[in-house]
Design a protein. Structure first.
Length: 90
């Protein structure tokens, strides 16, 4: 039997329960960065891999790179941060 990728209505609530913690964690991470004054208007990408966080983007200093990492490390549920932010002096 071939799986077509569609969900039966009875399966949808189970899928939502599985993804809800990840959505909540991602929102918490976004909030942590947005409340840090160093990141107002800056674009830092956040990717979740289980409870590991991958940060990427371009910032203007190593200080900002470190501050981004510290901001997300303070969020409950984060196990590890892979900081792939590049530094480009403006």
């Amino acid at each position: 039997m071939q799986h077509t990728g569609t969900l039966e209505p009875s399966q949808a609530p189970e899928i939502n329960r599985v993804h809800e913690p990840a959505r909540r964690l991602h929102a918490d991470l976004r909030r942590a960065l947005s409340h840090n004054p160093y990141f107002a208007g800056r674009d830092v990408a956040i990717e979740l891999r289980d409870n590991d966080v991958v940060l990427s983007g371009v910032l203007g200093s190593y200080f900002h790179k470190q501050m981004a990492q510290e901001s997300v490390l303070s969020v409950r549920g984060v196990r590890r941060v892979h900081n792939q932010i590049r530094v480009a002096n403006a």
